[in-house]
Design a protein around this ligand. Structure first.
Ligand code: HH2
Length: 287
């Protein structure tokens, strides 16, 4: 594959050229505990405010999620996921500067969100949960994140084991790209994600971060990393989830220096500053 393809990510009418700076995807969780308990309408207002703030702070993409995928989380119904996600998609889609990603494994949610103007489907099941998902992504020419997960959020942290975590995760992602392309999705629509914390212990996560160049080479597509505030940062720093900003930025910097091109984060302002600094410092290195 032409190496230049690795620098382009086609998401409907938006084409990201992945240059010196990593793209920042800001996380907007629409799960009931995320926002005000003042009912749906207030929750939509809160979500809009949070999204506007992230765009002002420099986010390239907003990732909307209506189903928690934290370890131990239980699935939600399609109807409930649609009720959480769609009012926010409708409020935000089409605004200048907004590129919306929807974190879902369900084709019905994906189809409604794309119909409503979203650009990207972030499928943490890598098209394995819903056989109709690939066709929805193909029809809209949407961007697609294919992520590796071992098991399901309900059971994935029960003593995960691999013989060769980097080899197995890379082979899985490569095979999922082949499936997507076989279903008519262009390779340029796809980015891959080793799924930090999804059925992996601390050593597995660190091995995968170190192996970003190998994963990128095997898949010939950009790598996305989501490690913001995750448990491995707690394991390494001893900090609680609300106190992991420095750890998150350090981990993100390492991931970018290893070649990650898209970073999924909670703390957009600080992450954008970090990504900008690394882009400039990286150019000094090359000079
Ligand atoms: N992590 C989470 C959710 N979605 N998507 C991708 N592509 N990569 C990730 O690493 C990833 C993801 C879980 O993190 P968080 O958003 O903090 O939790 P929750 O989904 O439970 O709100």
């Amino acid at each position: 594959m032409d190496v230049n393809h690795q620098h382009t990510w086609k998401c409907r009418d938006r084409e990201f050229i992945l240059g010196d700076r990593a793209l920042v995807m800001g996380i907007l969780n629409l799960t009931p505990d995320s926002f005000s308990d003042g009912g749906r309408h207030m929750a939509v207002d809160d979500a809009e405010r949070a999204a506007l703030e992230m765009i002002e702070q420099g986010a390239d993409i907003i990732d909307l999620g209506g189903e928690s995928t934290r370890p131990g989380a239980q699935p939600v119904s399609t109807g409930e996921e649609l009720r959480r996600v769609m009012p926010v998609v409708e409020r935000l889609a089409g605004r200048p500067g907004f590129v919306l990603s929807v974190d879902t494994t369900k084709s019905e949610v994906a189809a409604a969100a794309l119909q409503g103007g979203a650009h990207i489907i972030n499928d943490v099941s890598a098209l394995t949960n819903d056989p109709a998902m690939a066709d929805v992504v193909r029809r809209y020419g949407a961007g697609l994140v294919l992520m590796h997960m071992r098991g399901s959020p309900a059971n994935m942290q029960n003593d995960p084991r691999y013989l060769d975590v980097v080899g197995e995760v890379s082979a899985f992602l490569r095979a999922r790209i082949d499936t997507a392309v076989g279903a008519g999705i262009a390779a340029e629509q796809v980015v891959v994600d080793p799924g930090i914390g999804f059925g992996k212990n601390l050593d597995h996560n660190l091995a995968l971060l170190r192996a970003i160049p190998a994963i990128a080479a095997r898949c010939a597509r950009p790598v996305l990393i989501g490690a913001s505030r995750k448990r491995l940062i707690g394991d390494l720093t001893g900090r609680s989830v609300g106190d992991r900003l420095a750890g998150s930025l350090a981990l993100m910097s390492y991931a970018i220096l290893r070649g990650a091109r898209i970073i999924r984060v909670h703390d957009v302002k600080e992450s954008c500053d970090t990504a900008r600094m690394l882009a400039t410092l990286g150019k000094l290195e090359d000079a």
